[in-house]
Design a protein. Structure first.
Length: 437
């Protein structure tokens, strides 16, 4: 099935992306580049509205300049959002992309959409058929990073989606907030593998999203230091430590680690050096004294040392590293599909932690990484086998959620503790555990 790549460089609100995606997901072009900075799509376009507009257009040529609008949801012209979204069917890993591109003007987009709407309106069977297909498909959102790409490739290779009858479309959206934004806007259903430390805060702010289980449960992070420098966490006082953005995931976990070790974090100079890998490189380049970074660097031959008491999977055993989350709509309307997706991921995680997974894991990694890093792959595979950071049963307990709430309240990113049912729904995860045995 062809892949779809959309570069959104038009002034649209993120919720409008969902409608553009649904439309292009139906016609399945290999790639479409929308590059119309001078126009704005105001309101929400739907197939029914497009069909109505197409019928008017057929009898009134002037109507082509007036596309259908949802007048109740007008947006100011300067409200802009730029996103890079890559979607593909679950049957194609899509790790190496060589897309064809075509530039569409707003008028050409509307003409094409109008023709689709006209074809839908002309057939009494087309609309119900498309509606059933859209309702059954689960849109799984993730970041396009190496670790996620490896899991997606391995999922495809092992055939767990096929085993559980999953009808899925993988939607990759860049940025730490990208997957949550897409799901909250209706452009995705569930995120299984991309960690985001503000999920509870966004839910408290009104997002119609729930935590539905766990991706990786144990924190796959540690603290690396320059040789001859800090040997313990206490030695970091007075040092400069790279952690990424303030109150981001790395920074938050470092603050929690210091709190539980009764170390005054205010005496440590935390700095933003960018991504996980960039933080590690900053230590290698002697720009900082230490960093919080991924266990994927444990086998690097760069001379750095691991601080003794800083392995977070041991130091923060109650902290859930990656929560899976889904829209309320998906939980309500696509329960069976959600159960199948979570059963597939549970089976993938169980396999990933077994000795038998090594060759398949390395092949998936090679497929996902342009320049294969064997040392990194070996570090991750060894961590998965020895520390078993995943679980076949993806469900979380009230204590799991309560710990995260208390942690983020203490860090100042969450204002109050909400009831478990207001922030989490484990029904799909629990049914998935029964389904997969």
């Amino acid at each position: 099935m062809p892949r779809l790549q959309v570069d959104l460089q038009i002034p649209v609100k993120l919720r409008h992306v969902a409608h553009l995606y649904r439309f292009y997901g139906l016609v399945k072009p290999k790639a479409i580049l929308l590059n119309c900075p001078e126009v704005s799509f105001a309101g929400t376009l739907t197939l029914r509205m497009l069909a109505q507009w197409a019928l008017v257009h057929a009898s009134n040529p002037r109507a082509r300049e007036n596309p259908p609008r949802d007048e109740s949801r007008q947006q100011p012209r300067d409200a802009r959002s730029t996103r890079r979204i890559t979607t593909r069917s679950a049957g194609s890993t899509g790790a190496r992309r060589h897309p064809m591109t075509q530039t569409f003007s707003r008028r050409r987009f509307l003409r094409s959409a109008g023709l689709l709407g006209l074809s839908v309106a002309a057939s009494g069977l087309a609309t119900p058929y498309l509606a059933r297909g859209a309702a059954s498909q689960i849109r799984i959102v993730s970041n396009p990073g190496l670790e996620n790409a490896t899991l997606n490739a391995l999922m495809d290779e092992m055939g767990y989606f096929r085993q559980f009858g999953v009808n899925a479309r993988i939607v990759e959206i860049a940025g730490s907030t990208g997957p949550f934004d897409a799901i909250a806007a209706g452009a995705g259903d569930v995120c299984m593998v991309s960690g985001y430390n503000l999920v509870l805060s966004r839910i408290a702010q009104g997002a119609n999203v729930k935590i539905v289980g766990a991706g990786m449960k144990k924190c796959a992070l540690t603290v690396f230091a320059r040789p001859g420098g800090a040997k313990t966490l206490a030695d970091l006082e007075g040092k400069t430590v790279a952690v990424g953005p303030t109150r981001g995931l790395l920074h938050s976990l470092m603050l929690q680690l210091m709190k539980e070790r009764r170390i005054d974090a205010s005496r440590i100079n935390f700095v933003d050096k960018g991504s996980n890998d960039q933080c590690h490189q900053a230590v290698v380049d002697a720009e900082v004294d230490a960093c919080c970074s991924s266990i994927s660097h444990l086998n690097d031959q760069d001379g750095l040392v691991v601080i003794n008491d800083a392995n977070m999977w041991q130091a923060l055993p109650r902290c859930i590293f990656q929560t899976a989350y889904a829209s309320d709509a998906a939980l309500r309307d696509k329960h069976e599909g959600m159960v199948a997706v979570m059963a597939a991921y549970g089976s993938l995680y169980e396999y990933l932690m077994s000795p038998a997974s090594r060759d398949a894991f390395f092949e998936a990694r090679k497929h996902a990484q342009k320049k294969f890093d064997k040392a990194s792959a070996q570090a991750i595979w060894e961590f998965n086998e020895t520390q078993r950071p995943y679980s076949k049963d993806l469900s979380l307990t009230r204590d799991d959620i309560g710990y995260l709430q208390d942690m983020y309240i203490g860090l100042g990113t969450l204002q109050r503790k909400q009831p478990f049912a207001a922030v989490a729904d484990m029904s799909a995860a629990q049914d998935a555990a029964k389904l997969s045995g």
